[in-house]
Ligand binder design. Structure first.
Ligand SMILES: [Zn+2]
Ligand SMILES: [Zn+2]
Length: 277
């Protein structure tokens, strides 16, 4: 049994293109007083503050993959939390390439800014820093007595790509990355109390775009969620919506998933949607 309090909040329900009502991929898991951030896409920092979580309170960051829609706000999160007084190194877990991204995209890119602020005596250089762990094998990534985080690799656009399963006592939260269809997701999502899963578009949409093969369909989502016995399912990463300007796309895909997995509670994510487990 878990005595921890667990909440999960969608910080950004959208994907690549700028859309005022949907930030890019970003999800917050709060376990007691510990704040775990999964991906840090467009508007993540803005939305975190808007939803009541200042960036300096983030304790750990997990990246699914290095497509820019999932990481573009991470430099801002590091710089702003440092500027706001964060102490110590922020632990960041991600795929191979994570350290290079941080080294070039933060330390080198902002060297003049950082030197300027330090020369005025108001910040400690080391506190800008991070403790990056590049995940190289499946299984347990990080474990504490309160919770364990496991990773599963699936194919996506030729990138190193990690899905995450968080176990907190008897509670399970799974956050998938963007992913090509993969039946191993069924076991990875087994009995999830909450499954946040990408649902970028329909089969017909994928057939109309070059990147269609990188993602799963609502039918795939329904089958995975049903076979895994996921209790609550939150669809996210609505690429198709920003291509079609059709505001009903997300809800219509949720309907498809409900038809396949009627036992589960199916939600189309919105920014700020929050669950207590
Ligand atoms: Zn994406
Ligand atoms: Zn991607």
């Amino acid at each position: 049994m878990s005595s921890s309090s667990v909440s999960v909040q969608v910080i950004g329900s959208g994907a690549v293109r700028a859309l005022p009502e949907r930030g890019g991929p970003c999800y917050l898991v709060t376990i007691d007083d510990r704040q775990l951030l999964f991906d840090c896409g467009r508007c993540a920092v803005h939305n975190l503050h808007r939803l009541g979580t200042p960036v300096e309170s983030i304790d750990e960051v997990y990246l699914t993959h290095l497509h820019f829609d999932h990481i573009c706000d991470l430099p801002l999160l590091l710089l702003l939390s440092w500027n706001n007084g964060r102490e110590g190194r922020l632990p960041i877990f991600g795929p191979r390439g994570t350290s290079h991204f941080l080294e070039t995209g933060v330390r080198q890119a902002y060297v003049d800014d950082v030197n300027s602020r330090i020369s005025h005596g108001n910040r400690v250089r080391d506190n800008l820093d991070w403790a990056a762990t590049e995940i190289t094998s499946e299984g347990l990534v990080y474990g504490k007595s309160q919770y364990q985080i496991e990773a599963l690799a699936t194919a996506h656009a030729g990138l190193a790509n990690w899905n995450y399963r968080i176990t907190i006592g008897d509670k399970v939260v799974v956050i998938t990355s963007d992913s090509e269809p993969d039946q191993r997701l069924v076991e990875f999502c087994r009995d999830a109390d909450l499954l946040l899963i990408e649902c970028s578009g329909t089969k017909a949409f994928y057939e109309s775009v070059a990147f269609g093969g990188w993602h799963i369909t609502p039918e795939d989502v329904g089958q995975i969620a049903r076979d895994a016995g996921a209790k609550q399912v939150v669809l996210k990463h609505f690429v198709m919506e920003s291509f079609t300007d059709d505001p009903h796309v997300a809800e219509s895909m949720a309907q498809t998933v409900r038809g396949i997995h009627p036992e589960g509670k199916i939600f189309a994510a919105t920014d700020g949607l929050r669950f207590e487990l």
